[in-house]
Design a protein around this ligand. Structure first.
Ligand SMILES: NC(=O)CCC(=O)C(=O)O
Length: 260
């Protein structure tokens, strides 16, 4: 299976690109990944995950402009596309940090509203509502388990995903450089304890004054890092064998020893 993680640069500053221009640029990058099985984008790449003041102004209905352009890009490229997340405004006016997954024909296969909101009573934690559903997506060769950024710190969500059949944990993020060591450590921990692949795609650049870690990472079910990006905008491409999840779980059946 071939996956491409598109680590988009989201930058502050007057010379920065508009959201519409970024959407077009990202759609072109997705189209360039034709031949991959799965393409992954980061969290809130239209606004930036820390650009709290833009969440309300740039929020979209689920089937808004990002949905439309990513559905088309997925079908043009013929790939499964985890299109990262968008600030979604629901029909009641509530905001959610919502991930979208499209099939190679451009149909919405799943959406996931981030459950754990970041900010400790500020920022996302007060501006966005919390999702409640654990979401998996069946692909021909693996089952994806969906989580977003700060969710990475909550192992109980990942256990629920594995119980629901997940074998490949996909985590779009806007993780800050200041806590990069946690990012790498937690990505490996989630892979080892769940005997699953972890595909974690972050952003590059600096937005809302917060330098981003980049360093998107792919970890195998044994905890080995298969590929890791640098700090700048990059497409990280990796080939992996989805069958390794079953082999690992059979040869070292720790998941069967769960008591709680
Ligand atoms: N966007 C986020 O969820 C940020 C998470 C973060 O900075 C952290 O967990 O540390």
């Amino acid at each position: 299976m071939r996956a491409s993680l598109i680590q988009i640069g989201v930058y502050d500053g007057k010379g920065g690109e508009s959201i519409d221009a970024r959407r077009q640029r990202v759609a072109a990058l997705v189209r360039e990944q034709a031949g991959a099985d799965l393409v992954v984008l980061p969290e809130l790449w239209t606004t930036g995950a820390f650009a709290y003041e833009s969440f309300g102004t740039e929020a979209e209905p689920l089937q808004g402009p990002t949905y439309e352009s990513m559905a088309k890009a997925a079908s043009d490229a013929g790939v499964w596309l985890h299109a990262g997340s968008v600030p979604e405004r629901d029909p009641d006016g509530l905001l959610y940090n919502t991930s979208l997954v499209f099939s190679p024909s451009g149909e919405l296969a799943a959406s996931y509203r981030k459950i754990h909101r970041f900010g400790f009573d500020k920022g996302e934690a007060v501006l966005m509502s919390a999702g409640a559903d654990v979401v998996t997506v069946r692909l021909p060769s693996t089952t994806l388990g969906l989580a977003t950024c700060y969710d990475l710190r909550f192992p109980e969500l990942f256990r629920r995903l594995v119980e629901a059949g997940a074998e490949t944990l996909v985590i779009p993020a806007g993780w800050p450089e200041r806590r990069r060591s946690h990012w790498t450590l937690l990505a490996q921990a989630r892979a080892v304890e769940n005997q699953s692949y972890v595909l974690a795609c972050g952003t590059a650049g600096t937005h809302a004054g917060v330098p981003q870690a980049g360093h998107s990472i792919v970890v195998d079910p044994w905890g080995e890092v298969l590929a890791e990006a640098g700090p700048d905008e990059e497409v990280l491409t990796v080939e992996f064998d989805p069958g390794k999840v079953g082999v690992t779980r059979e040869q070292f059946p720790a998941l069967k020893d769960r008591v709680l």
